[in-house]
Ligand binder design. Structure first.
Ligand SMILES: NC(=O)c1ccc[n+]([C@@H]2O[C@H](COP(=O)([O-])OP(=O)(O)OC[C@H]3O[C@@H](n4cnc5c(N)ncnc54)[C@H](OP(=O)(O)O)[C@@H]3O)[C@@H](O)[C@H]2O)c1
Length: 252
């Protein structure tokens, strides 16, 4: 059943973003799927997806932009109108990128990229897309446990902490527009980046492997929560962060 609502997802070409896109398509939402580069794995994956029965059951629009570049975001949003998209109901801020470095090794350029991609880029997406959210709707920000625990060489954690706080500020600021804002703080995800993380933090993952609790979250589990947060069933949840880490942060 078509919902008659459109979801805009950043970084939708692979991993969690793609799982979120599939979940919303299965629920009958139309999609606008952002990807960073005109060529590359994400673009190829989305072009393949466009040919699937699932994508053909709803309206899917591809929207290329590097969200660390404000002009690209503005151009992407202007082009939406040409593609016949004049209204967005739900915005999912999923894209993220960062160097894996100690703070002492971060150059000014690393900091600029970190802030532009993860904080300024997301705020620019909000500022450009909110005018298209004419009947209100929801914004969901994807965070990670680095927002509240210290992980080696993970400056992205500082951005995620800022994004969780931004969630509360946006909730207050956008309340009068009837836009509900929340985040999901996800535990370690079974996506492309996972093999790299196991090499980066071998002791942490060895500790997880040695304990009985499940510790690797499937992207579909987070996609379910994101879709719940876009639905009326979550109407009382506003300006907060839901932690979905399989309970792993409870362990010392
Ligand atoms: N992996 C985990 O264990 C984990 C845990 C908790 C939370 N998260 C969060 O979940 C989200 C998705 O992570 P993931 O594991 O699926 O993979 P990821 O490797 O972090 O993928 C990020 C996605 O964002 C896109 N992206 C990055 N920078 C962008 C930019 N400047 N403009 C537009 N798109 C950009 C990437 O596009 P390209 O294909 O072009 O690179 C990719 O599609 C992120 O917010 C991440 O921080 C991940």
């Amino acid at each position: 059943m078509k919902k008659g609502e459109t979801v805009f997802i950043t970084g939708a070409g692979r991993g969690l973003g793609f799982a979120i896109a599939e979940k919303f398509a299965k629920e009958g939402y139309d999609l606008v799927l952002n990807y960073r580069k005109p060529q590359g794995k994400s673009c190829a994956n989305l072009l393949r997806f466009m040919k699937s029965d699932l994508a053909n059951s709803v309206k899917v629009t591809l929207a290329q932009a590097d969200i660390s570049e404000p002009r690209e975001i503005e151009k992407m949003v202007t082009n939406l109108n040409k593609d016949g998209v004049d209204e967005i109901n739900h915005l999912v801020l999923n894209a993220a990128s960062a160097p894996f470095k100690h703070f002492g090794d971060m150059t000014r350029n690393d900091w600029k990229l970190l802030l532009n991609s993860n904080l300024i880029g997301n705020v620019t997406c909000v500022n450009n897309i909110v005018p298209l959210m004419k009947k209100g709707g929801t914004i969901c920000v994807i965070s990670s446990c680095g927002s509240r625990r210290v992980l080696n060489k993970y400056p992205l954690g500082v951005m995620k902490a800022a994004l969780e706080q931004l969630t509360s500020y946006l909730e207050i600021e956008l309340y009068s527009k009837n836009i509900r804002v929340n985040s999901v703080c996800a535990g370690f995800l079974n996506t492309d980046v996972f093999p790299f993380l196991t090499e980066l933090w071998p002791d942490l993952f060895q500790r997880y492997k040695d304990q009985p609790r499940r510790w690797l979250v499937e992207p579909e589990e987070i996609a379910n929560i994101v879709s719940f947060l876009a639905s009326e069933q979550s109407s009382a949840i506003r300006g907060t962060t839901i932690v979905a880490d399989l309970g792993n942060m409870l362990e010392p």
